[in-house]
Design a protein around this ligand. Structure first.
Ligand code: GTP
Ligand code: MG
Length: 444
């Protein structure tokens, strides 16, 4: 088909046609249901609330079973997320339920960063899903989706107002997860106080811009009940797995000396409302909101961070291929720039080392010249000394020869004239006054 035909065809109004008889595609919803049932469902609940507030008891009460419970200590150095996954079955529906406890929440002296491990945990689950989605060989069909579908935020029943820790944590979490605030241990607060407490909590959440999960009112089938329930938030709940006999029935309740608090009695607490809204009416909406709102936001930010965008600066559609090409070019340019920078750095380094070496060579040369001069000077001095000594030696030798000659002459004279002894004696004593006698010899 030519491009223009294709455009015309897609721009055409769709026509309604009536069928001549039963075709069978009206079974599509049933096909979808049976496929989903066969595949099973997953639902992940995050429980945030101070230690001992009743998180585990409420989970046990909600799912009417006993999950593994481990009492948390009050001495955790930081908040720690502890996920536990269970396989549950009701009729032929399989539910993979993960309950994540924020262990040690609110127990540290410095609570500034208490929300961070929770935010990080939620982001990690989104990141894992995104990585699976971006794989070439994806297996989302049997992927264990660990993204948090709902955060049950347990508020301490003080009757006063929200703690700043609660406001900060909920504010940090509201763009990442569906928050349902609940007042825990509601049996410890009187009816009139509870009413005021609920109003106060809601007004504080609104004035601090905290977005809590609103039960959807766009589906006609549940719009009415959901809008009524939205007005009851935050739910004030009581948890217990203890069975107490009330009338002729065994009910789950908390028994006190003054009476019995029935968990499933709507005039005692909002437990039934919570179970109805969380499990029986809006579980699928919570899963959907997680995917279409919170995960979508995470995915968009992450892809934008990575440089992907849907439109170019002129608001024209920008395909993934184009983004990839642009990114590739940018990357290559960056690589070239870095390479050039490194090359330049290397050249500079070589030059620097070369000049340093030259400087060292020059210094060595100067040192050598200096030593050479000193050596020559010393050599000249030694030479001079040697000459002087030689001259002295020569003079000495000359004197020695002269003395020896004189000596031999005098000896000869003495031996040839023995008879003239007296006369010589006389002569001897009349030697010129410049001559003197030294050790039997005479010198002048
Ligand atoms: P950690 O996991 O250790 O942080 O505690 P938790 O928040 O899971 O509390 P848990 O369910 O273990 O309950 C702690 C204590 O509170 C237990 O003694 C429960 O019986 C009691 N408790 C639980 N729910 C309620 C409630 O609704 N009302 C009252 N009065 N006590 C409750
Ligand atoms: Mg617990």
């Amino acid at each position: 088909m030519a491009a223009t035909d294709l455009e015309r065809f897609s721009n055409e109004e769709k026509r309604n046609l009536s069928l001549g008889g039963h075709v069978g595609f009206d079974s599509l919803p049933d096909q979808l249901v049976s496929k989903s049932v066969a595949q099973g469902f997953s639902f992940n609940i995050l429980c945030v609330g101070e230690t001992g507030i009743g998180k585990s008891t409420l989970m046990n009460t909600l799912f009417n079973t006993t999950f593994e419970t481990e009492e948390a200590s009050h001495y955790e150095p930081a908040v720690r997320l502890r996920p536990r996954t269970y396989d549950l079955q009701e009729s032929n529906v399989h539910l993979k339920l993960t309950i994540v406890d924020a262990v040690g929440f609110g127990d540290q002296i410095n609570k500034d960063e208490s929300y961070r491990p929770i935010v990080d945990y939620i982001d990690t689950q989104f990141e894992n899903y995104l990585q699976e989605e971006l794989k070439i060989r994806r297996s989302l069909f049997n992927y264990h989706d660990t993204r948090i579908h709902v955060c049950l935020y347990f508020i301490t029943p003080t009757g006063h107002s929200l703690k700043s820790l609660d406001l900060v944590a909920m504010k940090k979490l509201d763009s990442k997860v569906n928050i349902i605030p609940i007042i825990a241990k509601a049996d410890t607060i009187s009816k009139s106080e509870l009413h005021k407490f609920k109003i106060k909590i809601m007004s504080e959440l609104v004035s601090n811009g905290v977005q809590i999960y609103q039960f959807p009112t766009d589906d006609e089938a549940v719009a009415e009940i959901n809008s009524v329930m939205n007005a009851h938030l935050p739910f004030a709940v009581v948890g217990s797995i203890e069975e107490v006999k009330v009338g002729n029935k065994m009910v789950r309740a908390r028994q006190y000396p003054w009476g019995v608090v029935q968990v499933e009695n709507e005039s005692h607490c909002d437990f039934v409302k919570l179970r109805e809204m969380l499990i029986r009416v809006n579980m699928e909406d919570l899963r959907e909101q997680t995917h279409t709102r919170h995960y979508e936001l995470y995915r968009r930010c992450k892809l934008e961070e990575m440089g992907f965008k849907d439109t170019d600066p002129d608001s024209q559609p920008f395909s993934l291929q184009e983004t990839y090409e642009t990114k590739r070019k940018e990357f290559l340019c960056e690589l070239q720039r870095k390479e050039e920078e490194m090359r330049q750095m290397f050249v500079n380094k070589v030059k620097e080392t070369e000049s340093e070496l030259k400087e060292k060579e020059r210094e060595l040369h100067e040192k050598f010249e200096h030593l050479k001069r000193i050596h020559q000077e010393e050599k000249r001095k030694v030479e001079e000394k040697r000459r002087e000594l030689e001259e002295e030696m020569n003079a000495f030798n000359r004197r020695k020869v002269a003395v020896e000659t004189l000596q031999s002459q005098s000896l000869q004279a003495t031996s040839q004239q023995p008879l003239k002894k007296d006369k010589d004696k006389k002569n001897f004593f009349s030697l010129p006054s410049s001559c003197s006698i030294t050790s039997g010899r005479y010198v002048n």
